[in-house]
Design a protein around this ligand. Structure first.
Ligand SMILES: Nc1ncnc2c1ncn2[C@@H]1O[C@H](COP(=O)(O)OP(=O)(O)OP(=O)(O)O)[C@@H](O)[C@H]1O
Length: 290
């Protein structure tokens, strides 16, 4: 278990992280989101003990320190070295025997579909493949804690899916995982908990469903309603975009407006699509980043 209790970090007078609190247990995934400069990497650096918090406490089992897989935002492989030499070196740091590490390396290269051979130099790999090799360095020794700073950057959607699969496999084996990303779709696919930072402050926190519920079903799509233009002045609709003569997407002031609207338009007969839903995580991110 890891716990942050009211953790803050100042650099001089600048407050990079403010009163951050969370708990993470075995097999749980936390995603840390926020705009550039929000304080995500600073949080990772405190967790890794690279820097000390200015205030607050980070509580965790000290034995864990030898069993952390960390992928920094600045990728850290040596371009002139072979994949094999580097991975075996990292594996040795975690007490893994060379022959076992080599078997694991080949298994992971296959699993993550790395295009290259163990003896290839990192500089000969594409950016995405080099990134996958760095992920292997974190994943292959089954860490208790995995910290991934923007692991999806540079990966195409097919490779991003392979990474998602590998992260979920690690979760199922009991690994605690904290990752940062700007890709909200992957946040939805992976997270048990989400924390959003804005200028170091926590502006969103919880599991995805409780976050959606905070916003309510305030987005509505209607298709195939011949009198759609009548909705232009309907009370409680904030923004409405019309398309195709009989369709519109709109924002509602609150989710109860949906019911009134439904009753009104069903007086005109059958409407094939009336879809009242939560805002996407992307829209929530934009709202909270303001
Ligand atoms: N060592 C440092 N000294 C001074 N300021 C720092 C230091 N490290 C980070 N900062 C500042 O703290 C703030 C948070 O930075 P951090 O790298 O944690 O953001 P981030 O959320 O990881 O951003 P990004 O998405 O761009 O990676 C930024 O304004 C940054 O300039």
């Amino acid at each position: 278990m890891i716990e942050f209790k009211n953790v803050s970090k100042n650099f001089g007078n600048f407050n990079a992280v403010s009163n951050l609190s969370f708990k993470l247990n075995k097999g749980e995934i936390l995603s840390l989101i926020g705009q550039n400069g929000a304080g995500k990497s600073t949080t990772f650096h405190m967790l890794l003990d690279f820097i000390k918090p200015t205030k607050g406490q980070i509580i965790w089992n000290k034995n864990l320190k030898r069993n952390i897989g960390y992928m920094p935002e600045e990728r850290g492989l040596y371009p002139k070295e072979s994949i094999k030499n580097q991975i075996l070196y990292f594996a040795a740091l975690h007490g893994m025997h060379k022959s076992k590490a080599y078997v694991e390396l080949k298994k992971w290269m296959n699993k993550l579909n790395v295009v290259g051979e163990p003896n290839d130099h990192i500089e000969s790999l594409s950016k995405g493949n080099a990134q996958k090799v760095q992920l292997i360095a974190c994943l292959m020794f089954s860490p208790e804690l995995l910290i991934l700073d923007e692991p999806f950057s540079g990966l195409d959607p097919v490779n991003a899916d392979l990474l998602i699969k590998a992260i979920l496999e690690a979760k199922n084996n009991g690994t605690m995982i904290i990752f940062s990303t700007h890709n909200m779709e992957n946040v939805e696919k992976l997270s048990d908990y989400i924390i959003m930072l804005s200028h170091g402050k926590t502006v969103l926190k919880g599991d995805i469903h409780s976050i959606y519920k905070q916003f309510g079903r305030t987005r509505l799509s209607i298709e195939g309603y011949k009198n759609i233009k009548l909705l232009e002045d309907f009370p409680g609709i904030k923004n409405i975009d019309f398309y195709n003569d009989d369709c519109a997407n709109m924002e509602l002031e609150n989710e109860n407006v949906g019911k009134t609207l439904f009753n009104k338009i069903s007086e005109d007969g059958y409407v094939p699509v009336f879809d009242q839903h939560y805002p996407s995580l992307d829209s929530i991110f934009k709202l909270k980043a303001k």
